[in-house]
Design a protein around this ligand. Structure first.
Ligand SMILES: NC(=O)C1=CN([C@@H]2O[C@H](COP(=O)(O)OP(=O)(O)OC[C@H]3O[C@@H](n4cnc5c(N)ncnc54)[C@H](O)[C@@H]3O)[C@@H](O)[C@H]2O)C=CC1
Ligand SMILES: O=C(O)C(=O)COP(=O)(O)O
Length: 524
């Protein structure tokens, strides 16, 4: 049974495909109410309210995937999840339109003073002259962060006759032109805009982006909107700008602390607020819940997830093409790690033939995970393999070559350790399986599966019989045996596939045979 904890309010209709599966058990509870059973969950589904901290993850050792039914993952310690090999997914576009519409609603409400007028009329006042606003038409809208939501806000602004000035360091000129906006530096946007709206994620770089220094660069009478994340506009820094009238009004949907409690900004009549409602529409909630539910099902079924924060994006098509190599990569890493059971500094992976045209990043991650698995006690998989390798001072790189050794595809792994280098090469043969075709300088051909035994010896007659006798005497059955050598009478090797793993006693008995130099157990 795959157990899913849903700890925030997520659309039940959207989660229906998960609920329909007999193998998935869904529990809807806050994490604080599920303390006793936290260790039993395989998946955790959240919105922005649940804080997925390292401390929480420590209580959830079985967790494999975290689904965020929404965009921002700043409430999730993604590094801590990655370190533990936990996949983090989100629903990147399910609430884009709702968030853009909410931003626009806030903009109109701000410049026409709708919330203030609303309160006044309901207080039995009729004070039309107190609520004279501004038109949006002809105004310059500064958009900071021009991703999905920022660009939807821009479309609506153009329909209102506004000119749009964008700052986004990662936006290309071509995309800006296509969307009919002009790209500017941050200072230019700050100086020119009548209204500024922020649509970046909350990161180290964007926290406090609109703080004292940058607020001072804005036009007198500017309006500010934050429907992205609390903290992008520094709430404390706003106070003197509101007091002096430099900032004409602020609309906030999000806060540095949520809920914000008794916030000093609430004292200002020209600060309008909503309780993080950007994504709170029936449509957006259904979209995001459906997206994470589908992704979770894919994950559960062993299919690729497409909107992971800590894995390279992979479509179903690409996944199907790389799947076999993904498996081969894992085996190459696993075998190489056991063979080179010494500290290593560097792994170099070379792709040749058909595999070189595929999404090799994923295959390399799988290979790395295979390599690290015998060396680390904790879970290591394609999510955290790069991080774990870095922590252990192991560098890795990919190369591409035309040298396929006559096979349609070939993955070659060279491991550099202290005073020793080892190379293993493998190929995948469709409808046949994975084959190791080169092992430590010797051409050979064996399947990387099960209990393997590596024996390096001098090429002499009778070696196979001697090995067979020792194994027979210890009741070890040989399933397959492959032999190879560099040259007649020189370095030779056997790779045996056994029906059961051998113990140290058998290894010692084999090592005592004359002309046998090395014996190693390899589990694949
Ligand atoms: N209030 C609400 O309920 C909702 C809030 N959001 C928030 O809105 C924000 C934007 O969401 P999306 O547009 O979907 O994300 P996105 O990833 O599509 O766009 C973010 C944009 O910010 C840009 N950016 C990153 N760092 C920047 C920097 N230092 N300066 C300027 N631009 C920078 C990126 O290049 C990207 O184009 C997120 O913080 C998200 O959490 C999203 C949905 C609902
Ligand atoms: O998707 C986002 O980033 C949001 O801010 C929406 O948050 P919510 O799911 O409404 O708590």
């Amino acid at each position: 049974m795959f157990r899913v904890l849903v700890s925030d309010a997520i659309s039940e209709e959207g989660l229906a495909p998960l609920c329909a599966s007999a193998q998935i058990d869904i529990v809807q509870k806050k994490t604080t109410e599920a303390e006793e059973e936290l260790h039993t969950f395989d998946a955790l589904l959240v919105r922005s309210a649940t804080k997925v901290t390292e401390e929480l993850l420590e209580k959830m050792p079985n967790l494999k995937i975290i689904g965020r039914a929404g965009v921002g993952v700043d409430n999730i310690d993604v590094d801590a999840a990655t370190k533990r090999g936990i996949v983090v997914i989100n629903a990147p576009n399910g609430n884009t339109i709702s968030a853009a519409e909410h931003t626009f609603a806030m903009m109109a409400a701000l410049v026409r003073r709708i919330p203030q007028a609303h309160i006044s009329v309901k207080s039995r006042e009729w004070n039309r002259s107190a609520f004279v606003g501004n038109e949006l038409f002809g105004k310059k809208l500064g958009i900071i962060g021009f991703g999905r939501i920022g660009s939807e806000v821009a479309k609506r602004a153009r329909a209102f006759g506004m000119s749009v000035h964008v700052y986004d360091p990662f936006l290309t000129k071509e995309r800006a032109e296509k969307l009919g906006v002009s790209i500017h530096s941050l200072d230019e946007v700050l100086a020119a805009a009548d209204i500024i709206t922020v649509h970046t994620p909350l990161t180290k770089e964007t926290r406090g982006l609109l703080g004292t220094e940058n607020l001072a660069k804005t036009k007198k009478g500017v309006y500010l909107i934050n429907c992205a994340r609390g903290g992008i506009i520094d709430e404390q820094a706003l106070i003197p700008f509101l007091e002096s009238g430099h900032v004409a009004g602020v609309a906030l949907d999000v806060f540095e602390q949520e809920p914000p409690g008794d916030h000093p900004l609430f004292a200002f009549d020209n600060v309008i607020v909503t309780p993080h409602l950007g994504a709170s529409t029936v449509e957006a909630q259904l979209n995001v819940a459906t997206q994470v539910a589908e992704e979770l099902l894919h994950f559960f079924e062993g299919r690729p997830v497409t909107s992971s924060i800590n894995l390279p994006a992979l479509s179903k098509d690409v996944y199907e093409k790389i799947q076999a190599f993904y498996h081969l990569g894992r085996k190459l890493g696993l075998i190489a790690s056991q063979f080179m059971n010494i500290p290593v500094q560097e792994l170099s992976v070379t792709y040749a033939g058909t595999v070189a045209d595929l999404e090799t990043t994923y295959i390399t991650r799988s290979l790395l995970a295979g390599f690290l698995r015998p060396r680390v006690a904790s879970t290591v998989n394609e999510v955290n393999a790069a991080m774990v390798a870095k922590e252990r001072g192991i560098t890795y790189g990919e190369k591409f070559s035309d040298e396929t050794h006559g096979y349609a595809n070939c993955i070659s792994l060279t491991v550099h350790g202290e005073n020793k280098t080892f190379t293993i090469k493998g190929t995948h043969v469709p409808n046949y399986g994975d084959r190791i075709v080169h092992f430590d300088g010797v051409a050979i051909d064996f399947a990387p599966e099960g209990h393997l035994l590596y024996i390096q010896h001098q090429d002499r007659p009778g070696m196979i019989g001697k090995v067979g006798n020792v194994l027979g005497a210890h009741d070890v059955n040989i399933a397959t045996m492959q032999v190879g050598r560099q040259e007649a009478g020189g370095k030779a090797m056997m790779i045996l596939s056994l029906d059961k793993p051998v113990d140290d006693e058998v290894l010692q008995a084999l090592a005592q045979i004359d002309d046998i130099e090395t014996v190693k157990r390899l589990e694949a």
